[in-house]
Write a protein that binds this ligand. Sequence first.
Ligand SMILES: Nc1ncnc2c1ncn2[C@@H]1O[C@H](COP(=O)(O)OP(=O)(O)OP(=O)(O)O)[C@@H](O)[C@H]1O
Length: 830
Amino acid sequence: MDNDYLSPNNGFNIQSESEFSSTSFVSPKDKTDEKKITIHSTGGFLLFFRQLWIMTRRNFILQTRYYKSTLSQILIGPIIFLLLLYILQQADNSQRLKANLHPTAYPLLGVQPCQGRTKFSPCINLMFTPNDQASNSIMQTFADNNFKRTGQKLNIETSIDNLNFIPMSTLGIVPVPDANFIYNYTLNHPNITMFGIEFSTVQGPPVNYRYQIWFNSTLMANQSDVFGEQILALQRGIDEAIVTFASNDFQNPATIDIKLKDWPKVPPSQLNDQIVSSFGAVFFFCAEMIIFISVLNTIVTEKEQKLIDGYIWWSPSVDKIGWIILMFLPFFNFGKLYLDLSMLTAGKLDQLTQTVIPGPGFSWNDLYNTIPITYLPVYGGTDNIRPIVPPPIQSWYFLLMNIGFYYILTWYFDKIIPDEFGNYKNPFFFLTPGYYGIKFKRNFNLQSWLNRTKKANRGNHIEEDEDVARERILAFDSTYECTVRICNLSKVYKKSLFIKSILDKVAVNDLCLTLEEGKCLALLGQNGAGKSTSMNILSGLTPATSGDALLYGYSIRNDMNQIRKIMGVCPQHDILFNDLTAKEHIELYAGIKNIPSNEIAKLVEERLAAVRLTKVANKPAGSYSGGMKRRLSMLISTIGDPKIIFMDEPTTGMDPVNRRHVWSFIENFKQGRIIILTTHSMEEADVLGDRICVMAHGHLRALGNSMRIKNKFGAGYRVSLVTHPNDSQRLKKLVETQVPAAKLEDDSAGSLIYELPLSALPALPSFIQWLEENEEMSDNEPGKKLVKAWGVSQKSLEEAFLRLIRDANPESHNGSLRQRKIKKKNTDLS
Ligand SMILES: Nc1ncnc2c1ncn2[C@@H]1O[C@H](COP(=O)(O)OP(=O)(O)OP(=O)(O)O)[C@@H](O)[C@H]1O
């Protein structure tokens, strides 16, 4: 039995007792039973790989079945991101392709004020040494000239010599004792001091002016360019001051004006795919998070290499179309906001001290300000062209706009793309007044409505039952008064929206039906016969392909809003809130249906009692059994005094007792209303249906009350007789003489079953009398009667139904006949 481990149904296996293996989990006591469920355990890798295989296969089947969705999953992501990548690369290229043959020169500005650890913490602009008269005089001239250039005053402060000194406010130019002090101070208090200057002039002749500038070679917290223009500005300022000092003419300080100019630039003859190669892989792997990642990337790269810039989109050379498109992508706006935030808040690592200097911070006001120019990268080389970056709040507004935009898009496509029931609206639906509830009152004329719907006939009818044909005539008879009038209602589920295909499914075909108030219509039919579709059309869940119906005078095509006000629906699948109790459900729907609040408590009590849910009234619906959920769903459909109620298989899953309670509730409730229900229970149709419709393949096959259908299709009575097998031939002959019209349905081992059609009914009383008298004796069992036992029963609705279905499916009927014949032959042989 160890081979069982390898059997395909490994896991659960039904075996006879003799086959128990030693690995079975069944206890010896259980072995007394005839059949057992043996649970084998297969562990380790074998089980793992088998499960892996099963799951892989399942996923494969699902993916191939929903190939459209699979294709979209595979293609849409890469297409969108390839497009984005292309746009980015183009933006980068347009930046680099830009020729600048005549760059404009721009003046070197003065030294900008320092920035502390945060926007508000004090700092020292400059320390200088030695603290002698010459140095003080030079620094004073420097400060005066710098003020003229920048408008920022840098005062000569009181000297400091204490290494523990912490400035309480920003200091301008501070004399210090010596170079060691500058070294130690900046080591002890990193990122407070912007520059240090050590003068070491050698008195001549000739006099040699020497000085050394101390600076932080890593970027400062405020992004000021110390290593480039700022340090140049400082040097120029000191040189001016030295020239003035040398000439000793402090009234007319010397000035040196420097202009900076980029080399003329020609576009490269060949472009590389820098963006694609840097971002391509990330784009493919990180799907919609790409911008977010690219922003992070930008920040890190910018800090380290100053290569790629997140603000490239706002560079003046970039075509605006690019960022207008991107503006509609929420993650792009999010990325921009993130970039703005990080510009002002990101800390920087000081290489010397290995400490992180926090950024100046992002305050609420910064939302409305453009990012300060010193934080922005320069495009176009030394042309000093900065991107024109909108304030962060703009990205925030775009994000809000995205919410509205995508909400509207979702809403729009939700309307125009067919749903599971095939509902969809015309792409211009929002331009029609009807969509806004504006209706132009037209006088309804029944006759012209009938003429119109008559034309909707699809035509290809099978030979119709006489009752069905009569109903068709009645439905189009304007003199006949009825509450529900269904005329030529059809539904075709199309495979493709635009072309006709043989795969199109005709779910309902030219249905014609009438119904009066106070009646219940039961729709019977096999799975897929078209019952739910008919119901869905009438309840407005799915549109009819052709035809129309009038419910209480309202057309399902034009007045569905009115019909909804007088309609209740119990759908096939329970739509309940798992966390709400039965009581809360009824209260909720009573509220929706506008029932006065003082009536709700009574309604809850009465209705719950009617379907025996009072005991669980305060328990959440999620904890209910299937039958209880069904009862609650059925109940909900009756709230709000609806005039017409659709119930799709209302009692599925209910036990016989509760089902009867529900039946009596429906029976009472239908007074003054119309109930249309579908069911697979013949008993239910028999009990509730004032009219029963049997549907097959979208057609109406039979129509009438239960008696009519039973009599017409149930073929009268069934008689069963039991005799000795060897006496069966004699008994058959006797029955033939008694009731010539009787049809032998089954004959096995002395058990005979006869069907008596309506034509045989006159002979039935005398036949029953013959059976009751039972005078014939058996030829094979001495002293025993020929008929050992007998019974007569009226044929049920179920049999009528089965016959109708057999007639509607001749192929499968032949099949079943053949099977029955084979079965009979086998029985005879045995
Ligand atoms: N959304 C749909 N798209 C395509 N075909 C559909 C759709 N809904 C139903 N059908 C088809 O229409 C036919 C009628 O289906 P319908 O659900 O009306 O049958 P039914 O009589 O209610 O069956 P059941 O007793 O199983 O509920 C079936 O062949 C079904 O496959």
